[in-house]
Design a protein around this ligand. Structure first.
Ligand code: GTP
Length: 748
């Protein structure tokens, strides 16, 4: 058996311990063969063993000698040792005086992997992750308001660490999806592993021959996992999930725009998760940048000390050299148990045509090797780990993942349902306490998704299944519609999320779909005490016999930050949308913060666009869900020639029904092609018609070939045409173009 560490190869049956110390000092590997112990410092550069001891007593006396010789020595490996158990090397325990709690400093390395296995794993995988114990790992995320520069900052950090080449590849490297590039937004959190050499300038003062090699090291190599997160409010679920794998965040704030609504929301997400927050004012290169003002806002709103704030420009690279050192110095390392049984958190998953389901995981405790068998705590299903590695920046096999590391695994998972986001994976036949997981995604908007061509149902079903594997926050249930056939009712986190999902269905899976008007989940209570959640207005027809007692609608607490001059128009907008003001404060002399309780329905239908247009894009907006409130709701039906088009039905507030009804029929009139017969477009509540438009028939000129001739012949032809039209009107069905459905989404 042999193990190669650095330049030295250890043969025979050396047993190996790993020495875990304070993260700021070099680490040691301790090998024991017979009664000889070799201490080798690793994690900086290859070297020879620096000291050999024949017994624990020898080691102890050497330490005492060192302590006397070098009073003030700072390396806790030697300085703080107090007790060494004398039951042989196997049970060696070093206790520190200064650590918060007495900790075992030496852990049997063999419990992670046998030396031979480690060496094999390194050989195969290329990257030696054993160099990165938890103390050398930092997991962090970049959070910010939309467009404050997260993805650009991520690019610069990837370049700085040599993970991607400068000027190569595409900008916004981590925005991999076509939809992200087209829309310039991040919708999917992405993880990437970087390696960073960090030169620490302290603790280099020793002259001891035995540990000289340790002390002369200037650079320490760190493994940094960066998780780039989306900024838009619809994707805050992605943000909260990413934060579960992090111990800290970079909170980016635009130097000219200052704190915005999502800065506030994201700050509290990180704060409540007890993460270290490193504030970074970005875009300081802009001519109208005002970092001092932003520092004041951060102080006033979040009590952030201005001295802790970093100034940077992700575009020019200014100030970036301070970012990663701050990550290492300020963010704590993942504190899982290297010796505990494996527990890994399933962060995300996606489907790869060749490899099947690829899961992103964070190793919370223990270690995982390729070939091992693991099981899901949620389903009990077991799998063999066929591939394991890190994202550096693409899938890079390492054959091993250790405590605190974030990477990917490929198992035999075939179906999307198996990869449950937030699940705990563990070695088979070990019993572990499952990790807390994530709050389930809360669906704000529901819509029916149907194949544009009814015969494409199976293809659509397949496409949705694949896409939901990559976007687990969408809920899917089968439904059918009189107008559109068989399809699915999908739940989304918001309208943008819905748009993005539909765009991805088309771009990535070639699925052409028709969607119904989006609706929010209402609760209807009936006289017999039964309650139903209404995600689809069509289900109300099945309850028509029952007497409705109360309706509830979901509400949200919206936070709006706006320049003061737009306050008046924003307050009008919120009251038109049935909002109740909760808070109205001034952040500084130019900007105000408004808090409103608003019905969710009023927010999902175009509220954001209107807010942007009223304030010329200067106001920012974010919301969190709140409780349900009672509301006077009605079902608004849209009829074509007397037939209800169930796909266009909507549940609306009674006071808004006439206006919405009018808008829909007017819009539909413009969107529908003229037919050979007259088409009546009506909006109705129950049997009461509240709006009507008529599309006149296309009149075929039946007299075209009738030059001259007598009047009775012409009249006969016209009569015949009228008869035909009547027939068509009776039997004819109107084709509603797909475009009409898309356009109508914005109205209802
Ligand atoms: N002047 C200047 N522009 C910057 C800087 N950083 C980013 N930008 C620009 O700001 C815009 C938004 O940057 P992104 O990195 O896409 O912002 P983001 O926060 O990732 O956006 P979302 O993913 O949509 O939330 C882009 O046009 C960038 O080029 C900077 O330091 N200075």
């Amino acid at each position: 058996m042999s193990i190669r560490v650095g330049l030295e190869t250890y043969t025979s049956d050396w047993r190996c311990w790993m020495c875990f110390l304070n993260p700021t000092v070099p680490q040691h590997l301790c090998f024991v063969a017979g009664n000889v112990m070799a201490v080798l410092s690793i994690f900086h550069k290859p070297g020879k063993a620096t000291a050999f001891f024949r017994s624990s007593a020898n080691l102890l006396s050497h330490i005492v000698h060192l302590q006397r010789k070098h009073a003030g020595i700072t390396d806790p490996f030697f300085k703080d040792l107090e007790v060494i158990s004398r039951q042989g090397w196997r049970n060696l325990e070093f206790w520190t005086k200064s650590s918060i709690s007495p900790s075992i400093l030496l852990r049997p390395y063999s419990s992670i992997a046998s030396p031979a296995q480690v060496s094999e794993a390194i050989k195969e995988g290329g990257i030696d992750l054993t160099q990165y114990p938890p103390e050398r790992i930092r997991n962090f995320s970049i959070i910010a308001h939309v467009d404050h520069g997260k993805s650009t900052m991520a690019d610069r950090l990837l370049e700085l660490t040599g993970t991607i080449k400068k000027g190569h590849g595409q900008p916004q490297y981590l925005d991999k999806l076509q939809v992200e590039r087209e829309r310039g937004i991040t919708v999917k959190a992405q993880t990437v592993t970087m390696f960073y050499n960090y030169a620490k300038h302290s603790s280099k003062l020793d002259t001891s021959a035995a540990i000289d090699t340790v002390r002369s090291t200037e650079e320490c190599k760190y493994l940094l996992n960066l998780i780039d997160t989306p900024g838009h409010v619809d994707f805050s679920y992605e943000v909260s999930r990413s934060l579960a794998a992090c111990q800290g965040v970079l909170l980016l704030v635009d130097a000219s725009q200052g704190v915005q609504a999502q800065t506030v929301a994201n700050f509290y997400l990180a704060f409540e998760a007890d993460l270290v927050i490193i504030p970074v004012i970005n875009k300081i290169d802009q001519p109208n940048a005002n970092p001092e003002n932003v520092k004041n806002q951060l102080k006033n709103m979040f009590d952030i000390d201005p001295q802790d704030v970093l100034l940077a420009s992700a575009k020019t690279g200014m100030g970036l050299s301070a970012v990663l050192p701050a990550v290492i110095d300020r963010i704590r390392y993942p504190n899982g148990g290297a010796l505990s049984p494996l527990r890994m958190l399933l962060l995300d998953s996606y489907y790869d045509e060749y490899k099947g389901v690829i899961c992103h995981v964070a190793i919370v405790d223990g270690a995982l090797k390729k070939g091992e068998k693991i099981a899901s705590a949620a389903t009990g299903q077991s799998y063999e780990v066929m591939d394991v590695g890190i994202l550096h920046p693409e899938l890079t096999p390492t054959n091993l993942l250790l405590t605190g590391q974030v990477g990917y695994i490929v198992t035999g998972m075939r179906s999307t349902q198996e990869a449950r986001i937030g699940d705990t994976l563990h070695h088979i036949r070990t019993v572990v306490e499952p990790l807390p997981g994530f709050k389930p995604a809360k669906h704000m908007v529901f819509a029916g998704v149907y194949p544009a061509d009814g015969s494409d149902y199976d293809a659509l079903s397949h496409a949705i299944e694949r896409l939901t594997c990559n976007d687990a926050s969408v809920s899917v249930a089968r439904e059918s519609s009189g107008a559109l056939g068989i399809g699915f009712r999908c739940g989304f986190l918001g309208l943008l999320h819905m748009d993005v999902f539909l765009q991805r269905l088309e771009q990535e899976h070639g699925a052409h779909v028709i969607t119904t008007s989006p609706t929010v989940p209402y609760i209807f209570e009936y006289e017999d005490g039964s309650k139903i959640q209404v995600q689809n207005p069509a289900i109300l027809s099945s309850t028509s016999g029952k007497r409705l007692v109360t309706c509830w609608e979901p509400t949200v607490i919206a936070t709006i930050i706006t320049p003061s001059e737009y306050l008046g128009s924003l307050i009008t907008l919120c009251s038109e949308r049935r909002g109740q003001q909760i808070e109205h404060t001034f952040i500084d002399d130019q900007r105000a913060l408004l808090k409103y309780r608003l019905p969710l329905r009023e927010v999902v239908v175009d509220f954001y666009n209107e807010l942007k247009s009223i304030t010329s894009g200067y106001a920012s907006f974010d919301y969190e869900d709140a409780e349900y409130q009672e509301a006077d709701l009605v079902k608004l039906d849209i009829m074509l020639n007397g037939q209800i088009v169930d796909a266009l039905s909507a549940i609306v507030h009674r006071s808004k029904a006439p206006r919405i009804g009018r808008e829909v029929v007017e819009k539909l009139k413009k969107l529908l092609d003229r037919q050979m017969f007259e088409v009546a477009i009506q909006a109705a509540i129950g049997s009461k018609i509240i709006a009507r438009e008529t599309i006149s028939a296309m009149r075929k000129n039946v007299l075209a070939k009738c030059y001259g001739g007598d009047v009775t012949r012409k009249r006969k032809l016209l009569e015949k045409q009228k008869e035909g039209k009547k027939r068509m009107k009776r039997v004819g069905s109107v084709d509603i173009p797909q475009e009409a459905f898309h356009q109508l989404l914005r109205t209802t």
